[in-house]
Design a protein around this ligand. Structure first.
Ligand SMILES: C[S@@+](CC[C@H](N)C(=O)[O-])C[C@H]1O[C@@H](n2cnc3c(N)ncnc32)[C@H](O)[C@@H]1O
Length: 342
């Protein structure tokens, strides 16, 4: 996407949450509380996000010498991958609103001995960087957590240079992400109210492709394209999935931590049942597909066997015919040269 320069919007007090408290600091605090778990699961988040990272880097094509800003970086697998592309003279700034997250990013950059990477604590809704200071902005799974995504889009547009590029990855609807949607549904059922509450950003806040497109276009970004990328999520067991999801899920982790033990057990039971039912349905579907495949294969084998038998018959007839012809020839030669001994 190319970008035009835009003026930064004036600050305001910002949205309030259901209790009348300032929403942003509370949300940011909830992310700070899960930062250690993001550090612990950094390799997992790199692996899960690898396909998205590859696509985002392909779309924005950072070149040697360029400046790249990663927003809402978490452990920063994406920005670290970009650092290799702009080296040796280009620079990557890894940023997150949570200082604990940028510390993890910084330690990971140091462990890789990347000299062209620095970190900054930045709110993606109010990017404290000069106008037109970056060639590329990247934000994977972060923009939907902004209290006002339109403000974030305007800020991204402002810090981009002319001919700058931005790639943003957000989640599609919860039906397409049952691994997380199910937890939200079950927690909402458990609490008897929607989670997240209306007006509070959550992972599916930008699920609607047309909304995302207009948030970006209305900010002045041009050549906006929204497409879908399938990212399979695999877990070895229910417990592994539950432990990881609930450790990393930011504001959701905060809600779960406040559930009484029996509520949490009931929730796990409900999810286990639901996942088992989904798993069974998947298995049934796979079994049906396999049976269909076996039928098709069986038909193909029968067809091939018939073809081979026909080819064999033709060959046998051809050999017999050739033998008869040779016998006739031999007979004729004998008649022409009666002196030949048998
Ligand atoms: C789901 S994690 C994604 C982390 C990382 N981008 C990745 O793909 O692995 C969301 C991240 O957004 C950050 N975040 C939430 N609100 C933010 C804001 N307003 N500005 C910057 N970062 C924010 C959180 O601290 C967290 O690191």
């Amino acid at each position: 996407m190319d970008a035009m320069r835009m003026v930064r919007p004036p600050d305001d007090a910002g949205p309030q949450d259901a209790d009348g408290g300032a929403l942003r600091p509370r949300l940011h605090g909830m992310w700070a509380a899960v930062a250690a778990a993001w550090g612990e699961h950094a390799d997992y988040s790199d692996a899960r996000g690898a396909a998205a990272a590859e696509r985002m880097l392909e779309l924005t094509a950072p070149r040697p010498g360029e400046r790249v800003l990663e927003l809402a970086c978490g452990p920063a697998g994406l920005g670290l991958a970009a650092a290799e592309r702009v080296a040796p003279d280009g620079e990557v700034v890894l940023s997150d609103v949570v200082a604990e997250m940028t510390s993890i990013a910084s330690a990971r950059a140091a462990a890789r001995e990347l000299r062209n990477v620095s970190t900054r604590v930045l709110d993606l809704e109010q990017i404290d960087e000069p106008d037109a200071s970056y060639d590329v902005v990247l934000c994977r799974e972060g923009m939907m957590f902004a209290a006002e995504p339109a403000a974030a889009a305007r800020e991204i547009q402002r810090v981009l240079r002319a001919a700058g590029r931005v790639a943003v990855a957000v989640w599609r609807p919860r039906e397409r992400n049952p691994w997380l949607g199910l937890v939200f549904d079950a927690v909402s059922a458990q609490l008897g109210r929607p989670v997240p509450p209306p007006g509070v950003p959550g992972p599916f806040a930008l699920q609607d492709a047309s909304r995302l497109r207009s948030v970006l276009s209305d900010a002045g970004l041009v050549d906006v394209e929204v497409d879908e990328l399938e990212v399979p999520l695999r877990a070895g067991s229910f417990d592994e999935w539950w432990a990881r999801t609930t450790a990393l899920a930011g504001p959701l982790t905060h809600v779960l931590a406040r559930l009484p033990e029996e509520g949490l057990q009931a929730l796990r039971g409900r999810l286990r049942q639901r996942l088992a039912a989904d798993h069974l349905a998947d298995l049934e579907k796979a079994r049906g597909e396999l049976a269909q495949l076996a039928d098709t294969l069986d038909l193909k084998v029968q067809e091939r066997t018939r073809d081979l038998a026909a080819a064999n018959d033709r060959l046998t007839a051809e050999i017999a015919e050739r033998e008869r012809a040779e016998a006739r020839l031999l007979q004729a030669q004998k008649m022409e040269a009666p002196w030949t001994a048998d």
